[in-house]
Design a protein around this ligand. Structure first.
Ligand code: SAM
Ligand code: SF4
Length: 360
């Protein structure tokens, strides 16, 4: 399946016409706004599509990665992030693929942190979180980490991630991150029917034990195998009910209107702290309040996870364009953000790129 692009040619300085979005009618406001009345405050910056895991819901073992020269350089990544900040982005989450496999990660964190945004976060699979690495991230200016852990059972963890990392390795890294003062540290688990739904309650117990938020994510049609099927989605309501039977929950709602997660506290206060978050894009879509914009590792502006249209910023970055041109491109691309993901609509088409190539 190819990417369907609506192409308006814009003169390129190094041959072939780069693809450009139509001009936003609200460009002059110099704020990232879309045509559905939403404002972008949250940038997801993917720094690589590579990964040392092959999670079954994300990446097939024979996945093909982008050529290295196709990835944005550190300077290019920081330049795009700076442009987004000047247009109103307040949070930047560095992601991938697995961001920790890119050797320049500390440099990228430092560059992003220097932009002065309130919030610099990282999403990682937790496989590379030794004390030295964590200290380097901390020193570079990282404050928040979200770590994936889909199972506490070593056999099941290996089946899900198809890696040699163990749940113990990840948990040790989480403890180190908490001890080092990263705050908040959150955990992510994608729950897939028939794969790891038996882990819902053990993972809640882990959140209580570690005093962190455990976030359960509904399986989305973003797997490179294109094997997603609604029957494999475990609805967030079912996850909440399973936890509530063992550890009664108190609903807290969304932290802010554009948050992806519905938050819950443990009714007993949980001696070690800890919380639950449910991310329900399939059964309770939150597109109406979306404040996110994604930049892929190869420099495409992707207004929505489920965009079938993305806009290639890399030629501008490499053609010597000025900051205003880069900003205009971002403003125009943002304007094209679709109203919603449409997973439940008739004729829904899974995007060609998997989650790992978009940036989760
Ligand atoms: N490699 C890092 C990790 O796994 O945390 C960061 C990138 S990963 C693409 C970001 C998040 O997307 C992870 O929490 C992962 O579990 C989630 N994810 C990947 N594929 C997904 C899918 N098909 N449905 C829902 N979430 C998915
Ligand atoms: Fe890698 Fe993260 Fe995708 Fe798993 S979810 S394969 S860790 S990018």
């Amino acid at each position: 399946m190819g990417l369907a692009l609506t192409v308006l040619p814009r003169a390129g300085r190094s041959g072939g016409p780069p693809q450009a979005p139509p001009i936003s009618p609200r460009r002059g406001e110099r704020r990232l706004v879309d045509s559905h009345g939403r404002t972008i405050r949250d940038l997801r910056l993917s720094i690589t599509d590579r990964c040392n895991f092959r999670c079954v819901y994300c990446m097939e073992p024979d996945v093909r990665f982008l050529p290295r020269e196709g990835l944005l350089t550190v300077d290019e990544l920081i330049r795009v992030a700076r442009a987004c900040v000047s247009l109103g982005a307040q949070k930047i989450r560095i992601t991938g693929g697995e961001p920790a496999v890119r050797p320049e990660l500390p440099e990228i964190i430092a560059g992003v942190a220097a932009l002065g945004v309130a919030d610099v976060a990282l999403t990682t699979n937790g496989s590379i979180m030794d004390a030295r690495t964590l200290a380097a991230w901390r020193e570079a200016g990282l404050t928040r980490i979200t770590i994936s852990i889909d199972s506490l059972d070593p056999g099941a963890f290996a089946r899900v991630t198809r890696s040699r990392t163990t749940p113990r390795d990840v948990i040790d890294g989480v403890r180190r991150a908490v001890a080092m003062g990263f705050h908040p540290v959150k955990l992510n688990a994608v729950i897939v029917r028939g794969l790891n739904e038996d882990q819902v309650v053990p993972l809640a117990a882990l959140a209580r034990d570690l005093g962190v938020e455990m976030r359960y994510i509904e399986f989305m049609p973003l797997d490179s195998a294109h094997a997603w099927d609604r029957s494999r989605v475990v609805p967030a309501a079912e996850i909440a009910a399973a936890i509530d039977r063992v550890y009664p929950l108190v609903p807290l709602g969304r932290h802010d209107v554009s948050s992806t997660a519905l938050d819950y506290a443990f009714a007993d206060g949980a001696p070690g702290g800890g919380r639950i978050g449910l991310i329900a894009p399939v059964t309770r879509p939150f597109c109406g309040a979306c404040s996110r914009l994604r930049i892929t590792a190869d420099g495409k502006v992707r207004p929505c996870l489920f965009s079938t249209r993305e806009w290639d910023l890399r030629p501008l970055l490499r053609d010597g364009c000025g900051d205003t041109e880069i900003e205009d491109f971002l403003l125009d691309a943002t304007w094209t953000k679709q109203a919603g993901h449409g997973i439940s609509a008739a004729g829904f088409e899974q995007p060609a790129r998997p989650m790992s190539a978009i940036g989760g």
